[in-house]
Design a binder for this molecule. Structure first.
Ligand SMILES: Cc1cc2nc3c(=O)[nH]c(=O)nc-3n(C[C@H](O)[C@H](O)[C@H](O)COP(=O)(O)OP(=O)(O)OC[C@H]3O[C@@H](n4cnc5c(N)ncnc54)[C@H](O)[C@@H]3O)c2cc1C
Length: 396
């Protein structure tokens, strides 16, 4: 690599890291982003991340601002209603939370991660001040008062005013900075896959609760003329192992049964991918010349579409602080301001999602009845229902 200096080095090119590179690049900063893993931007690529992400209103607005939303909106599906179905009793009970109660817009829009990655890479290729290096990892860091000297697996190094750690839950940058994490392992995994179904989803995202964790169907655009949804199926580790071993017909039957048959028989039309479910929070989000974002800073179970949405809020906050004082990029004051704007909001959401996940795993009937009663009350009391929806969208 010929580059010796950069305003910003982004370690990690997941969706969050690439979004950070685009955000700083479109604001005029000189950026280098590196990632060791294959990008997998085609759905058929075995390396592709086939998860989908529900981008909530604030995330969509930010992606519009940095020129990304325009590239993916044609491949997104709107989420107008969040339906929570309690299937622990004899008759499933459903409660609808409608975006129209609090807004003129849908709650969010669902987009495949591989599509978002491709859009981000396309945008980067049009930003001459952003360099993205695939197949390269960060492996050395020397922090100084005025800059960070960041070393890479290709033997090169770059001096940057700000190092952004977007290198995931096992972040090298975070560990090198000596920042500790609190971690909870739920003994749970999520299987993600796409299904077609005979009944239309009508832009309703449905979480079906019973035991083991939620089974969530999130609308996608039609697949080969049939209604299609992305599924996140959370279960105990042992059950996931069994489910992953089922043949296609057995798996379709199990998924249909677990969905309480709300959209009719489900047909799996993508690879099934297992993801370990943990909750993790770094004890601070910065070190000298370094900011932690996304899963390097916080990991939550995939409930309520919070993970990547919080990550984009991290990126937006860092970018706004940098634009307020460009000379102070990466300075102690700027990083402390980042910590104070993000840490408490993330901590609150992190705790809330952890509680929701534990509640959804419950298998004791009496406690399941309490869960159902709580949900019924939350839904019935209009101000409470609207406040919960606003909180879910990102209002603190
Ligand atoms: C099943 C599931 C469903 C989800 N659904 C949603 C949803 O609907 N809405 C939502 O908001 N969130 C969702 N999330 C959360 C969301 O996917 C994560 O928040 C998001 O992927 C975090 O991205 P990241 O960039 O931090 O991590 P990653 O995607 O893991 O990216 C980290 C990158 O860092 C790279 N890297 C690792 N080590 C190094 C190194 N030394 N140097 C440089 N690079 C390195 C890796 O190769 C990787 O590409 C979901 C999560 C799961 C598990």
């Amino acid at each position: 690599m010929t580059k010796k200096f950069a305003d910003v080095v982004v370690s990690g090119g997941g969706v969050a890291g690439l979004a950070a590179a685009v955000a700083f690049g479109s604001s005029g900063f000189d950026v280098l982003c590196v990632d060791p893993s294959p990008m997998g931007t085609n759905q058929k690529d075995p390396n592709a991340d086939l998860r989908t992400t529900a981008y909530l209103q604030p995330a969509k607005k930010f992606l519009e601002q940095i020129g990304i939303w325009q590239l993916v909106q044609g491949e997104s599906a709107a989420l107008n209603v969040m339906r929570i179905t309690d299937a622990s009793g004899n008759e499933p009970q459903s409660y609808d939370f409608c975006a129209s109660d609090i807004s003129d817009e849908p709650f969010g829009w669902n987009v495949g991660n591989w599509i978002m990655r491709q859009a981000l890479l396309d945008r980067i290729s049009n930003l001459p001040n952003v360099t993205f290096l695939s197949g390269v990892s960060t492996n050395r860091i020397l922090r100084r008062t005025s800059s960070a000297l960041v070393g890479f697996s290709d033997g090169s190094s770059v001096e940057a005013r700000l190092l952004i750690a977007a290198d995931g839950r096992n972040s090298f940058v975070r560990e090198a900075a000596g920042i500790e994490v609190a971690r909870t392992d739920f003994g749970q995994m999520a299987i993600t896959f796409a299904v077609t179904h005979p009944l239309p989803h009508n832009n309703v995202s449905t979480e079906v609760h019973r035991t083991g964790g939620p089974f969530t169907l999130v609308p996608l655009p039609d697949h080969q003329g049939k209604p299609c949804s992305a599924v996140v199926w959370m279960e105990s580790n042992a059950n996931v192992e069994t489910l992953m071993g089922l043949d296609v017909e057995e798996f379709n039957a199990a998924a249909t049964e677990r969905s309480a048959n709300i959209l009719g028989p489900l047909e799996n039309v993508s690879r099934r991918m297992p993801w370990p479910i943990i909750s993790q929070l770094a004890n601070r989000f910065y070190a000298e010349r370094t900011a932690l974002i996304a899963e390097a800073a916080h990991v939550v179970p995939p409930i309520g579409a919070q993970g990547l949405n919080m990550s984009l809020m991290d990126v937006q906050t860092l970018m706004e602080l940098a634009l307020q004082n460009q000379n102070g990029l990466g300075s102690p004051d700027q990083l402390k301001a980042y910590q104070s704007k993000r840490f408490n909001d993330v901590k609150l959401r992190h705790a809330g999602v952890g509680i929701l996940n534990k509640t959804s795993m419950i298998s004791i009937p009496a406690v399941q009845r309490l869960r159902a009663a709580g949900l019924q009350n939350l839904h019935a009391i209009s101000p409470l229902r609207k406040a919960a929806m606003r909180l879910g969208l990102g209002a603190s």
